[in-house]
Each structure stands twice: as C-alpha cells, then as structure tokens.
Ligand binder design. Sequence first.
Ligand SMILES: *Cc1c(COP(=O)(O)O)cnc(C)c1O
Length: 217
Amino acid sequence: MIQEILQELEPFGARLVAVSKTKPIDQILEIYHQGQRIFGENRVQELMDKKDKLPSDIEWHLIGHLQRNKVKYIAPFIRMIHSVDSIDLAKEIDKQAEKCSRRIPVLLQIRIAEEETKFGIEPQKVDQFVGDLLSLNLDHLKISGVMGMASFVEDEDQVAAEFHLLKEIFNRIKADYFIGSPDFCELSMGMSGDYQIALRQGSTLVRIGSLLFGSRN
Ligand SMILES: *Cc1c(COP(=O)(O)O)cnc(C)c1O
C-alpha cells in the first residue's frame, strides 16, 4: 500500500506523514522497514509510550490538538507540531523549545471545514493571529506553514473548495509576512479519504492513517 501512495505523491513533490495513532508497535515497524520515517500521532501520552520502543530516527509529528501542559514532554524531540491554534500554545512551545535549545517547526491550524469543529483559527482571524504571533518574536518557533482538515462529506467539490481556501490563505500569509523566508513552505492537508483532492490543490504533506494501517476501531 505504501508504495502505491508514495507513487501518487511523487509527481506532486508531497511527503507522507504516516498516521499511526491507535496502531501497535509491530505495525509501525512494518511501515518503518519499508522506508517510511515520518510518523504522526495525535495524543501526547500515546506518542511518549511508543517513541521509546521504536527506532530513534523516526521523525515524529504531532497532528492533533495539543494542551499546553503537555508541550514539555514532546519539546525535546518533536519534528513538527501541526496544530497551533492559540497564541498561548505558541508561547508555551517557544518556552519549552528554548529550554531544549531547539527551534521547533510548527504549522498554524486553520478551520477550513464548513462543519462545526472545535479546533483551528477562523479564516477571517488568521491575519490578526499571524500579526500578533510575529509581534512576540518567538525565536524558538519555526513557523513553517498551515494545516487544515476538510469537511467529512461525499461532495468532492466542497472538499476541493475547502482545500483551495487553505491554499489561498497559505499564499496570502506567505506574501504578507514570510516573503523571502524559505521556512514558511508547508501546506499540510489531505487524509485517507481526500488526499488526492488535497494534492491537486497543492498539498505538501498528506497525513494518512487508515489507508496505510487499516481502519481504526
Ligand atoms: C487521524 C488523523 C488523520 C488520519 O486520518 P485517516 O482518515 O485515518 O487517514 C489525519 N490528520 C489528523 C489531524 C488526524 O487526527
């Protein structure tokens, strides 16, 4: 399965985050031995439990909602946090990154889905958010792009429109705040059910779980 997915990503130059949440160590190792190095988890406790049992060259991405009091556990090693949606969380990541003498790559999670979801910055508030964030000069954050999740619907046009919106927000923020900065380059969008649509809309990182590992209970 993974080879087929990688072949689909190749012409787009996109990378795969293998979403291993709820999956056991041996299944993760199976994918690892096929060459995959980027894995994503959405819960800190589960990530900590798995990390020490798995090879140290895995690049762990935190893709789910992150509570401030959990940041300290992952700060020493996390390779990217996809889910920054509050200034307080950004400040905490910066603080913990400084303690580890690291600069942690983060993505701003934007609420692009029409359906009611709890997390993410509202599209109309993104400019204000980025302005506020940059005014804080959080030197230990590497603001690397945006992440979003489309509505869970059959209508492919709606999904495409939501990913398109995220791409537009990415382009606008890059032009307004990160012109000439190579750091701001990631558009994290697309999951098992919609990654092909996301690729056509310019995704650079797809987060795929069930298609790779089988469905979760
Ligand atoms: C679980 C999860 C995914 C992967 O979902 P699949 O449909 O299993 O591919 C991607 N992104 C986030 C934020 C998730 O929580």
